[in-house]
Design a protein around this ligand. Structure first.
Ligand code: URA
Length: 203
């Protein structure tokens, strides 16, 4: 196991008893993250839902099944990516994350990004995109492009739950964003990327 993978595993243990915010009182368990510690693509979603809270694994419900399908369409297996959320604990009733919860939790995400160090980061929906890009612009306007991000590539797309609600138009745009990620990845693996040096400045 590499040093980064070991640190990631230790961080998951630390997070499992986290009481940084009041979601600790209502969660079943912490949903830290899932996947390969050497992933080339890292997804950042919003927060665990009912099924994730029960199972302790991100994106295992209907949105997760769609995510798996979109990945398969670009020839990527779920076990080869890493999936995390902005919040590691389920907000009651699946309400939106609150600013103080994001603030309390974002250090875990910064550490995950630093340790996994993926060339391509795909943000799913508004919360992840606004946090990482530090911009208050909605996903409809930001998606469809590649953003340079700490010498990496950030590709915002809709949250899969939006495609489940919103139908084929959103799904088609997600397909295009995933194809873009595939193309960027194929180029990015040939580049020598600089390490993310300033962990605390990520967002
Ligand atoms: N939605 C998310 O944003 N994350 C999950 O893990 C599940 C659903």
């Amino acid at each position: 196991m590499s040093e980064a993978a070991r640190e990631l595993a230790e961080l998951a243990v630390t997070a499992s008893t986290c009481t940084n915010c009041s979601l600790a009182e209502t969660r079943t368990q912490v949903v830290f993250g899932d996947g390969s510690p050497t992933a080339s693509i890292m997804f950042v979603g919003e927060a665990p839902g009912f099924h994730e809270d029960q199972q302790g694994i991100p994106f295992v419900g209907a949105a997760g099944q769609l995510l798996d399908r979109l990945l398969a369409e670009i020839g990527v297996a779920r076990r080869d990516v890493y999936i995390a959320n902005v919040l590691k604990c389920r907000p009651p009733g699946n309400r939106d994350p609150r600013p103080e919860e994001i603030e309390a939790c974002k250090g875990y995400l910064a550490d995950q990004l630093r340790l996994i160090d993926p060339p391509v980061v795909i943000t799913l929906g508004n919360f992840a995109t606004k946090l990482l890009l530090k911009r208050e612009v909605g996903i409809t306007k930001t998606r469809g492009q590649v953003y340079p991000w700490w010498n990496r590539h950030l590709i915002p797309t809709f949250h899969p739950a939006a495609a489940l609600r919103g139908g084929d138009r959103i799904l088609e745009q997600m397909r295009r964003d995933f194809a873009l990620a595939r193309a960027v990845l194929d180029d990015a693996v040939h580049e020598e990327a600089d390490p993310v040096v300033e962990q605390l400045g990520l967002f």
